[in-house]
Design a protein around this ligand. Structure first.
Ligand SMILES: [Fe+2]
Ligand SMILES: [Fe+2]
Length: 345
């Protein structure tokens, strides 16, 4: 996957446990509250968003100052129109990865309807599936107005595959609601605040609200469930979480994050080999590739605190985090705010 834009469909196989809840009783009040919020805040993407607003590809879709490698001299030397062209394609490429993540979230939510053991969690997951359907709808529509849909990159596809193929719902929830949606939520907040495109800002306002609920649900339900798991099952989720955290950080902070960027370069008429050569020179001259803004914040404020509070960094797996130099951020302030209100301030 990844380099083949011609691929229209692909498949993977997932074990899916189907659990019935014959009690039909609400036992977890906090989950029920999130479900009530989800029903109250449903929106219709074709009616509530004003699609007549145009998208100016030359407008500031994503803020250049937030894109670490656009600060390279290699790009600063481009003409204004070349930079605009690059920004438009690059924005479409990033938003396309978000679109693919949304499709993954849609399918994970569908899986969770079957796999979660509790009635109120099934209702909630069904509402999340509807939310994700809307997100796929709006991002797909927006990107086509801007440019074209770029293929999924290999590292993102691998992460989504791990989540979709995981056997236990707790693993899916760590991967999707805690990690991918934690990242998405922080990115949406950042992009909404910095984009020059009013249509994108408009749709992100709706999507961010939904995403905040998803992150709150995943973290609350996971924390509750992990505390009651059999030690063997729990160890399995701990290992999965460590493996995913490593993959996630390699994707966000390492060279993996550049995968697929060559498609953008080719589309603006830059030879990717020239870019790589210039990158090496500038890196050796001291250019620092800082982490994508927003990702640090999500990892520090939502993802790692969620993983730790759920009890997934046991003494058994802690050395694995230390060895990989993963910082164990544990301040749950932001997460708890989110869970209490189901929204972002
Ligand atoms: Fe979503
Ligand atoms: Fe979501």
């Amino acid at each position: 996957m990844g380099e083949t834009s011609a691929v229209k469909q692909s498949s993977m196989t997932s074990p899916l446990e189907v659990l019935w809840d014959w009690g039909y009783e609400i036992e977890q009040d906090k989950l029920d509250k999130l479900y009530e919020k989800a029903k109250r805040d449903q929106w219709n993407a074709s009616v509530d968003i004003d699609w007549s607003v145009g998208v100016d590809p030359g407008g500031k879709i994503l803020d250049e100052s937030r894109m670490a490698f656009l600060q390279l001299d290699f790009f600063k030397k481009l003409s204004a129109s070349q930079r605009e062209d690059l920004n438009a394609h690059y924005s479409a490429y990033i938003l396309s990865q978000i679109l693919h993540g949304e499709q993954g979230a849609l399918m994970v939510a569908g899986q969770l309807v079957s796999e979660v053991p509790d009635y109120e969690a099934k209702l909630y997951s069904a509402s999340q599936a509807m939310d994700e359907a809307r997100h796929v709808e709006v991002f797909g529509k927006y990107i086509r107005k801007l440019d074209k849909i770029y293929p999924v990159t290999e590292p993102l596809y691998e992460i989504l595959q791990e989540i979709l193929e995981a056997e236990k719902w707790q693993a899916k929830t760590v991967g999707m609601q805690v990690m991918i949606e934690g990242l998405a939520l922080a990115s949406f907040i950042n992009v909404r605040a910095s984009t020059g495109c009013s249509l994108l800002r408009q749709l992100l306002e709706y999507v961010t609200k939904d995403e905040a609920r998803h992150v709150a649900f995943g973290n609350l339900y996971l924390t509750e469930s992990i505390s009651q798991m059999h030690p063997d099952d729990r160890a399995e989720i701990e290992d999965f979480t460590l493996m995913m955290t490593r993959k996630f950080l390699a994707w966000r902070r390492g060279p993996d994050g550049m995968k697929g960027f060559e498609w953008v370069l080719e589309d603006v008429g830059i030879d990717p080999a020239d870019f790589v050569a210039a990158l090496h020179v500038e890196l050796s001259n001291g250019f620092k590739m800082d982490a994508t803004p927003g990702s640090v914040h999500s990892f520090r404020g939502l993802i790692m605190p969620g993983i730790i509070r759920a009890g997934l960094v046991s003494d058994r797996v802690r050395p694995g985090y230390e060895e990989a130099k993963i910082k164990l951020f544990s301040d749950v302030t932001l997460l708890e705010e989110l869970e209490a209100s189901g929204q972002v301030a």
